[in-house]
Design a protein around this ligand. Structure first.
Ligand SMILES: Cc1ncc(COP(=O)(O)O)c(C=O)c1O
Length: 436
């Protein structure tokens, strides 16, 4: 007699399938990360600093090691078998990145990190297109890497930087941006896709539409967003977008600059050297076509392979499951931390306005505790294996605006658990007794 499920069993199985597809198997994910298996001073490592740099799964380490052991050659610079394999791997990685963010392959430039990508925008596109008296708009949420290259341009030729403020939830004030754009002097708006301090996600599509309507271009700093939410440059219609491999569970030493083809083609090269030229004579040179025009010198081969591997790796997990998992963690953290008497969350510090994890709050949360300095707190916690970040998180203008020198940040990733949040809050409670 064939084995048949009862109707009740079928419903149970269906429910089980739905539940499995809606939640991540965090234990299985954690096992793939060698760094998470260690103990610090006899305590399990509780890694809550993925916004600074995320840990790397075995699949990425193995892909990089395989490349170094078998396919190490200089991409685009040789006819022999290893150079050819290196070229093939490097260009295949570019294709993987392009597909991941909805770009065309030649619109992807490999850089060292998001910082270098942002510098290319300011120093190549900016040098050509932002003249004395023109305005570049930055929000108070921006990272120093998005700010300083434009401040350097301001020092060099006297452009104006206009700051867009934030409201009490931490979101950029759209009315301020609209007012600024109306004046017609703004050439570029730089906007983070997700704040590395507050965890808020500005409405990118609205901002881009509004900026374009007044003739300004938009650079999206997706360095935080990239590991937490799908990014589609065609859908966003952004002009430039940047991120780093190491925040996406990938290698350090590689970043991405996406730019619209027409813009990249019209821009001057950033660095000069081998690989970025068409022709060189004693008196001059012509630049290579994009993307090589912006990739002077031997490129980061193993890192590009690692970045492609990390994209393949993360793509096995549905974004909605990743987001649901991380929202649950942030909600748990906010709920438990809110019970600590002198703790106040950024940006409004009001106990009755606890940040809402959900649509607007992702990846991280920052706070201050009256009477204890963030550096002392994170030092004590660090000795117990709990890794948090303290300081201004490369967002000094935001901290100045909030009138605080520093804050403590908890940031989560795909591998964190609610148990780790519980350990964190218990450890803060205990640390505060010793710091009092
Ligand atoms: C929002 C944001 N932008 C840019 C950066 C700079 O990234 P990288 O140091 O990898 O260049 C960071 C790093 O923390 C960041 O959080």
């Amino acid at each position: 007699m064939p084995f048949l499920f009862t109707a009740e069993k079928k419903v149970q199985l269906l429910w089980c399938t739905i539940t499995i597809s809606m939640s991540l198997d965090t234990s299985a994910i954690r096992r793939q990360f060698p760094a998470l298996q260690q103990q610090i001073n006899g305590h399990p490592l509780v890694y809550l600093d993925s916004a600074a740099t995320a840990q790397v799964p075995m699949a990425v380490l193995e892909a990089m090691s395989e490349c170094e052991r078998h396919d190490r050659g200089n991409p685009h610079r040789g006819m022999h078998v290893l150079a050819e394999r290196a070229t093939e791997k490097f260009e295949s990685a570019r294709k993987t990145v392009a597909e991941f963010i909805g770009a065309a392959t030649h619109e992807i430039i490999f850089t060292r990190n998001a910082t270098e990508s942002l510098n290319i925008v300011a120093k190549s596109w900016g040098k050509q297109n932002v003249k004395k008296g023109d305005v570049v708009a930055l929000t108070l949420l921006e990272h120093h890497s998005a700010i300083v290259p434009w401040l350097q341009h301001k020092e060099d030729i006297g452009i104006e930087i206009a700051w867009v403020g934030i409201d009490e939830t931490g979101m950029p004030r759209m009315e301020e941006l609209e007012e600024l754009l109306k004046a017609g002097k703004t050439k570029m708006v730089c906007i983070t896709g997700q704040s590395n301090v507050l965890g808020v996600r500005p409405p990118l599509k609205d901002i881009i539409k509004t900026a374009h309507a007044s003739g300004a271009l938009v650079t999206v700093d997706a360095t935080q967003l990239i590991a937490h939410h799908p990014v589609d440059v065609a859908d966003l219609d952004c002009d430039f977008l940047v991120f780093s491999g190491h925040k996406l569970y990938g290698p350090t030493g590689i970043g991405v600059l996406y730019g619209k083809r027409k813009l990249l083609e019209a821009m001057p090269p950033f660095l000069g050297g081998g690989g970025m030229i068409g022709n060189v004579t004693k008196t001059g040179f012509t630049a290579a076509d994009i993307p090589q025009k912006f990739e002077a010198g031997t490129p980061p081969l193993a890192q590009a392979v690692g970045l492609a591997a990390t994209i393949d790796w993360i793509s096995q997990y549905p974004w909605k499951d990743i987001e649901a998992h991380e929202t649950k963690l942030i909600r748990a953290a906010v709920t438990a931390l809110a019970d600590i008497p002198d703790l106040k969350f950024l940006p409004n510090f009001a106990r009755d306005k606890v940040p809402q994890a959900g649509a607007l709050l992702s990846g991280c949360i920052s706070f201050i505790i009256r009477g204890s300095h963030p550096h002392d707190l994170t030092d004590v916690l660090g000795n117990r294996g709990i890794c948090l970040r303290a300081g201004h998180h490369c967002c000094q203008p935001l901290h100045d605006h909030l009138n605080i020198p520093a804050s403590t940040r908890v940031s989560v990733g795909i591998y964190n658990t609610e148990d780790e949040v519980t350990l964190l809050v218990r450890a803060i409670d205990e640390a505060l007794k010793t710091l009092a």
